[in-house]
Design a protein around this ligand. Structure first.
Ligand code: 5GP
Ligand code: ZN
Length: 114
């Protein structure tokens, strides 16, 4: 997906503040943080939305969860607590159409991303 912002981040064409990376996933600080910790986790493979996850690629869902655990530990918010959010399509608040999970924390959370 040559024009996708998050694919450009995966390819290094747009810089990011990297938090965690492995062969399948990349996590970086959100450019407009809604909380003291606000990290975006993406699969390196392009999926437009949550609806593109099916039985053939269900591992992506688990990989996102494992990456969220790692990010929470790296950011030191695992014990106090954090929130994960995946927005899907327009009314779900999705703006970037490359599947991603938000990890929010660092203070008591209210209605961020609502
Ligand atoms: P969505 O509303 O699609 O769930 O969330 C997209 C998120 O990506 C937003 O929180 C937005 O601030 C973040 N974002 C958009 N473009 C960039 C970018 O170029 N770099 C980074 N680090 N975050 C971005
Ligand atoms: Zn993409």
């Amino acid at each position: 997906m040559s024009e996708c912002i998050f694919c450009k981040i995966v390819r290094g064409e747009i810089p990011c503040s990297r938090v965690y990376e492995d062969d399948k996933m990349l996590a970086f600080d959100d450019i407009q943080p809604m909380a003291p910790v606000h990290v975006i986790i993406i699969p390196k493979q392009h999926f437009s939305t949550l609806l593109d996850i099916d039985v053939k690629n269900i591992n992506v869902a688990g990989d996102l969860i494992f990456a969220a655990q790692k990010v929470a530990k790296l950011k030191g918010i695992d014990e106090k607590g954090f929130r994960t959010v995946i927005n899907c399509n327009a009314e779900g608040g999705q703006v970037v159409f490359h599947l991603h999970m938000h990890v929010l924390g660092g203070r008591k959370l209210h209605d961020e991303l609502g």
